[in-house]
Design a protein around this ligand. Structure first.
Ligand code: NDP
Length: 323
């Protein structure tokens, strides 16, 4: 089968087109014919050797993908050959076939295309866990969503609206902000505005926001704290700028505020949390309130171009690779 592999970490040039034997599903595993791969910032960081987890090399990257069930390993029940499912597997998706533990399979509503199914798990579970499980979002509260036109951002805007939150969406271009408005964002602001903190305060009766998804990192984190209401929660989800942020913990005391780290991987490994999140999100998809936004689609062999498309901030929604 065709696959992309890395033998060392680095830029997208370390992705190597290879031919590998088709994997065999071991006990408790499911063999999928991969139809679409959701490209995540995490894949780019994994290839660069900068992600939260450092899997051993050589490695076929690709943490999130959708495909049809080709073969079931021994002991697997509840899945059928031919069924379309998504997988949240950590790696292995940049290939024609992938064998994944049954626990990594995410059932997807039939109404989703393969690309939409591949765009679903990481962004939507992260948005749900961040806002509801960790952020304890309450109806009527406000949330500021950074990089709101991106893969995670578009999911966060949709999930936030479904939770009855007022959404302030930030992005770097008017075109991206228009997409956020189409998804239901109540207010949209260019993230380059000099007066961003004041603009956010003006849209929240001077209070600031109750929740804020921090995905950019770097020095802007100080402004994020200035935009936060009393009892507000910052959800630290990523650092797309590649820059980490500093925090003086005592500054949180005055406003009884909280900064909360978010990583979807360990939460997704908890079947109870996943069942709850799946139930909530499936209903939203069935009701048409939530639909993954697909950006551009690239053939798998053009993964390096797809990486550059995302890191150059040109992408909207989820970028898809097709093996
Ligand atoms: P996106 O599709 O959102 O693309 C990244 C976006 O980040 C860009 O479009 C851009 O939006 C913004 N950005 C700001 N500064 C930069 C920069 N210097 N370089 C590149 N992009 C920049 O990607 P994802 O949805 O895959 O991920 C978004 C963030 O969320 C990442 O930091 C990722 O690691 C994190 N994440 C974390 C998860 C977790 O479990 N903790 C799960 C999923 C994602 P704009 O041009 O509008 O500023």
């Amino acid at each position: 089968m065709r696959a992309l592999m890395i033998r060392k970490t680095g830029g997208p040039e370390v992705l190597e087109a290879v031919t590998l034997p088709r994997p065999q599903p071991g006990p408790g595993e499911v063999l999928l014919r991969v139809r679409a791969v959701g490209l995540n910032f995490a894949d780019i960081l994994t290839v660069a050797g900068k992600y939260l987890s450092r899997p051993p090399l050589p490695l076929v990257p690709g943490m999130e993908f959708a495909g049809t069930v080709e073969q079931l390993g021994s002991g697997v029940s509840g899945l059928e050959v031919g069924q379309t499912v998504a997988a949240l597997a950590g790696h292995g998706g940049f290939a024609e076939y992938a064998s994944v533990p049954a626990s990594a399979v995410v059932p997807v509503p039939e109404s989703l295309s393969a690309a939409e199914a591949a765009a679903f798990p990481v962004s939507y579970f992260t948005a749900y866990f961040a806002l509801r499980t960790l952020g304890h979002a309450q109806p009527g509260e406000s949330v500021l969503v950074q990089a709101a036109a991106g893969a995670l951002g578009t999911a966060t805007v949709q999930v936030a609206k479904a939770l009855d939150l007022t959404v302030i969406a930030l992005a770097s271009s008017e075109e991206k902000l228009a997409l956020c408005r189409r998804l239901g964002a109540d207010h949209t602001l260019l993230n380059s505005r000099e007066d961003l903190v004041q603009a956010v305060r003006d849209r929240t009766d001077g209070r600031g926001v109750d929740l804020l998804t921090e995905v950019v990192g770097g020095e802007g984190f100080a402004s994020s704290l200035q935009m936060l209401a009393p009892l507000g929660r910052v959800l630290v989800i990523g650092a797309a700028s590649g820059q980490t942020s500093q925090l003086v913990a005592q500054t949180l005391m005055r406003g009884n505020q909280a900064v909360i780290g978010v990583w979807v991987t360990p939460l997704a490994a908890d079947p109870v949390r996943m069942r709850e999140a799946s139930g909530f999100l499936s209903e939203l998809i069935a009701g048409g309130q939530v639909r993954p936004v697909i950006g551009r689609t690239f053939p798998l062999e053009q993964a390096a171009e797809a990486f550059a498309f995302v890191t150059s901030r040109a992408s909207t929604g989820k970028v898809i690779l097709e093996p």
